[in-house]
Each structure stands twice: as structure tokens, then as C-alpha cells.
Write a protein that binds this ligand. Structure first.
Ligand code: GDP
Ligand code: MG
Length: 378
């Protein structure tokens, strides 16, 4: 039978740890028949004697264990706990679960159901599908919590996950073993966001279980808001920047910039040295940019999808010329033509810049629509 270890990190939770463990042992353990359940307390040598409470209960229930260490933050405690759960307790699935009663233990079977369905990570969510934060929280605290999560979702660009900062989760062993060495950067609460983000980047699947996050009744929250907010912002912005720099976007910009220079230079030459109407001169000049854009993107930006046969290369290039020329003729050269008709040829550079700007907006909109369509299909 597969093994589930519920990991409870504790720092000064003397009053909370006994009732929560009793609830788990009496109400939840008997309900779960397809897994063997164990509890692991990851305590940071709490001065209030949390560990002594746990050790008392270990005499009554044999499926409880404790791993102690110095206080280096929530993330460090989880890494220690998860390592112990995998190596010493043969865990296949691990839960992150708070000691203070804010996580409704009755939801545990729902998390395991999602694991059975094949998901790698299951997160409890307070922000979708009926999940909620305590109704007695002051408005400002609710706002922090809701907008904080919205900010994380937006910066990381992954909207399908609604609760990034919560600490009620179930994780398959393999996910932890894969990410373990990359998790040492943030040892406090930022651990939650970075762990989830790295898992998603590596393609692990995530399911959400909505739950009501109840208020803490005993003891104090251990969160240090200033340090947490600073580390969280640092993580989301650096991680996202790295992601964008490794994507095709910068290459796309360089290729496009070079195309723009070609377009401008040939336009300048044709306008100065021929009698062509300036709008027509631009249509000719733009072909050099389209040719360059296509080929550089083909061999560099999207080299993974590079055309191999001459036939598919030509077919792709013709398609690219056709779509690009729609914008070049109607938007970019159209702007030049209107400028020419209204104010005359002498401002040809201004019409060109305006036309190119409109063309960029047009291309960007088309690009985004295609991306949107792709996203909705998945
Ligand atoms: N071992 C350990 N546990 C911690 C640490 N910080 C918080 N915890 C535990 O993590 C859980 C969630 O902490 P809490 O302060 O309630 O966070 P909040 O609910 O976000 O305010 C509780 O069980 C805490 O005792 C830490 O530095 N070390
Ligand atoms: Mg709490």
C-alpha cells in the first residue's frame, strides 16, 4: 500500500499540536483505506515545548514521527521534513499542513482523490471554486491576501492556478526529489511560491481543491510580512525575467529590429533615387525586411520547428509573405499613401515611422489573438 505522510511544520504550537493530531488520528486516518497514513512534525526546537507534546502522543500512536532542527524558516523546515519523510518513512505522497487549525483536515480525502486521478501536485485554494479566507479578517488583510495572489499570477503569467501562497498541499515524492536542489534559494515562506512555480515549469500537473481557510484561534502567526513581501517580489520578478530571456522573445525583437533597418534603408534609397510613389516604394522596400525576418526566424528564433525540405520551406515562406504583406500594404503603406495625399511627399520619413508603428500594433494584436486561441483550446 502506498504511503502518505502529513508533514506539519511547527514553531511554538504547543496549544495547537495536540488537538490537530488527535483530529487527524481519530477522524481522518480511519477514513483513508487505500493509503497508509503517517504524521511527521517538523519542529524547529520550539522553546514552548511543542516537541514534548508530540513525543507524548508518539507513545499512543505508532504512525507519528518528529524531526527537529534549528530555526531557519518555513521552507527550510519543509525541506528537512520532506527529505526525512522520503528517506526514513518511505513516503510516496506528502502533505503540507499547518498546525494551527487553519487547514480543514476533512478535505484530505479530496486531495488524495486528485492524486489518484494522476495529478502530481494538489493545492488547497482559498480564491476559487468556493474557497475563502476568514470573514472576520479586516478588509485590508483580505485585500493584501487577494491582490497578493493576483499579482503573483499576473507576473508569473500563469492564471490557471489561483492560490500560490497557501500552505495546504499534497505533493508526489518525485516532484520533491526533482526540485529539491533548486529550492534552497528561499528558506522562508517564499518557498511555497518558488516550489510550485518550478514544478509547473517542469511540466508537473496541478489540481486545486477549494477550502475555507479558518482563523487562527491560538498562538501567533509566524510570518514576517516585510521580509516575506520583499523575497516574494524578488522571486517573481527575477524568475519571470529569466523565463522571458530564455524564451524566443528577445530573438524575435533582434530579428524584427534588423528587418526594420532594412526596410528603412531601402525605402530611403528608393524615395530619393526613383520617381516611384512613396507608398509603392515602401511596398518594395518592405519585401527585404519580410525576407530577412522569415529567414532569421526560421534558422534562429524558431529553429526547433525549422523547415527541412525545400518544398516546406518555400510553402512556409510564401505563407509568411502573404500574411506580412496584408499589414505592409494596408496598414504601413496605407498610412504613407494617406500622408502623401494630405501633406505631400516631403514628410515621407514621418509617414514611414507612423505606418510602421501602426503595423507593429496590428502584428501584435494578431499575434496575441493567435496566442489566446491556443490557450483557450488547452
Ligand atoms: N518548523 C517551522 N515551522 C514554522 C516556521 N514558520 C511557521 N511555521 C509553521 O508553519 C505553519 C503556518 O504558519 P503560520 O504562522 O500560521 O502562517 P500563516 O497562517 O500564513 O499566518 C504553522 O504550523 C507554523 O507553526 C518555521 O520557521 N519553522
Ligand atoms: Mg496560520
Amino acid at each position: 500500500m502506498k504511503k502518505v505522510v502529513i508533514i506539519i511544520p511547527t514553531y511554538n504550537e504547543k496549544g495547537n499540536i495536540e488537538p490537530i493530531i488527535k483530529t487527524l488520528e481519530k477522524d481522518i486516518v480511519p477514513q483513508i483505506t487505500n493509503y497508509s497514513l503517517a504524521i511527521l512534525v517538523a519542529d524547529d526546537n520550539s522553546p514552548d515545548g511543542t516537541a514534548e507534546e508530540v513525543k507524548k502522543m508518539m507513545k499512543e500512536w505508532k504512525n507519528i514521527d518528529i524531526v527537529q532542527g534549528e530555526k531557519h524558516g518555513l521552507g527550510a523546515a519543509y525541506i528537512r521534513g520532506m527529505t526525512y519523510a522520503v528517506e526514513k518513512m518511505q513516503a510516496d505522497v506528502m502533505f503540507e499542513f499547518d498546525a494551527d487549525g487553519q487547514h480543514d483536515p476533512k478535505k484530505i480525502p479530496e486531495f488524495l482523490k486528485k492524486i489518484d486521478d494522476g495529478y502530481d501536485v494538489v493545492i488547497g485554494t482559498r480564491y476559487s471554486g468556493g474557497g475563502s479566507v476568514p470573514s472576520n479578517w479586516p478588509l485590508i488583510r483580505k485585500a493584501y491576501s487577494i491582490f497578493g495572489n493576483l499579482l503573483v499570477r499576473t507576473v508569473l503569467g500563469r492564471f490557471s492556478i489561483h492560490d500560490w501562497t497557501g500552505g495546504y498541499r499534497a505533493i508526489k515524492k518525485d516532484v520533491f526529489l526533482k526540485e529539491k536542489d533548486r529550492l534552497t534559494e528561499f528558506r522562508g515562506y517564499t518557498f511555497q511560491v518558488s516550489f510550485l512555480h518550478k514544478s509547473v515549469q517542469d511540466g508537473y500537473t496541478v489540481a486545486e481543491v477549494p477550502f475555507h481557510f479558518s482563523d487562527r484561534t491560538l498562538g501567533n502567526s509566524k510570518i514576517a510580512p516585510k521580509e516575506y513581501i520583499f523575497n516574494l517580489l524578488k522571486y517573481i520578478f527575477t524568475a519571470r525575467t529569466r523565463e522571458v530571456l530564455h524564451s524566443s522573445f528577445p530573438k524575435f525583437l533582434i530579428v524584427g529590429g534588423f528587418g526594420f533597418i532594412l526596410n528603412a534603408v531601402f525605402y530611403e534609397i528608393l524615395v530619393r533615387n526613383t520617381d516611384l510613389p512613396i507608398a509603392l516604394a515602401n511596398i518594395f522596400a518592405a519585401q527585404t525586411a519580410i525576407f530577412s525576418n522569415f529567414n532569421f526566424n526560421n534558422v534562429w528564433t524558431f529553429k526547433a520547428q525549422k523547415s527541412t525540405s525545400i518544398f516546406s520551406y518555400l510553402k512556409k515562406m510564401i505563407g509568411f509573405f502573404a500574411t506580412s504583406n496584408t499589414g505592409v500594404i494596408f496598414i504601413q503603406s496605407g498610412t504613407i499613401q494617406i500622408g502623401d495625399m494630405l501633406y505631400g511627399e516631403q514628410y515621407y520619413r514621418i509617414y514611414f515611422l507612423a505606418g510602421t508603428f501602426f503595423l507593429l500594433m496590428w502584428n501584435f494584436t494578431m499575434y496575441r489573438k493567435i496566442i489566446w486561441r491556443k490557450k483557450r483550446k488547452v
